[in-house]
Design a binder for this molecule. Sequence first.
Ligand SMILES: [Zn+2]
Length: 291
Amino acid sequence: MISNEERILKIHGVLPAPSVTIIGGTHGNERTGIEVVRKLQDEISSGKRVVAGGTLTLILGNPLAIEKNVRAIDGRDLNRYFSATMLAADDGSEEFRRAGILASHIRTSDIVIDIHATNKPSVPFVASKNDEAHRNVFRWFHPQCVLTDPHYIFGGGVPVTIDEYADSLGKIGLCFETGWVGDETMIPAVYDSVVRYCTSIGIFAPAEDAAPTIDSVIYEITAAVLRNDLPFVFAEGRGLRSFEKISATEVVGYHGNDPVYAESDGVIIFPKLPEHQHVGKPVCYVAKKIT
Ligand SMILES: [Zn+2]
C-alpha cells in the first residue's frame, strides 16, 4: 500500500523474484526520477500494472523537497547521509529522518536504483561498480558512460550515497544520472528502462526481451578538487558539463587569483554551481577512462 506521508509504495508479488527498490527525487528538483516513480506508483495503485513476483518498492526520496521543487531542505544533501556515521548521528534535520526510512528499505532490498539528474549538462551515465552483477542491471539503462569510484573519493574516503550504502551491505546499488536537471525528455526512456529491467527479473509479468549489450565507456574517479578559503571560479569554458575533457597541465579554475590544475588527464565530473561550492568540499571531480 502507498503511504501518503512517506510517498512509498511497496508491493509483493507471488512468484519468486528479487526485491527491487527504485528511488526518484532524492534531490527534490530532479524531475525525471520523480515522474518515473510517480507513474509506476499510479499504474500499480490503479491496477493497471501488476507486480507478479518478488518485491517492488517505489520511493519518492525527499517528499518535502519535491513539494518545494528544490534540491534539498535547508541545503542538506540527503544523498550524503548514508555513511555509518551520518546514519547514527541525529542532526535534527528532515534529511536525517528521511535517510533512516530509506535505509530501512535499502536493507531489505536486493537491488537499489536511485535516479538522479545533474546540475550542469551531462551525457546520461551511471555511478556504479563495474562487476557482472552491476552490469546486469545497468545494461538496461543504456548509459553512455559508467563512473566507478573504488576508493570512495566522492565521499571523502567512505561510502556516503544510497547506491554506495546498498553496495556496502552486499546488495547491488546504482545511481543513474539521467542528464541535465532541466531536461525532462529522458522521462519516457527511463520509464521504459525501469519497466524492461523489472520485467527481465520477474517483477512484472514475463516477456521475451533479450538483455541489451553494453557499449558504455567506463571511467574511474581519480581526484576531488576541493575548495579552499578563497572563492573558486572555473576557468573560461571549463566546468560547463560533466565528462568535459581536461589534461593534467590545464587550469580547471582559480582560487582567488591562484590557478588550480587538473593534475591528471581525464574528464571533469559534477562541476558544482557556485551556490553548491563550500569551503573544504569538492567543486568538481576528475575521472579517467579505464576502458
Ligand atoms: Zn541528484
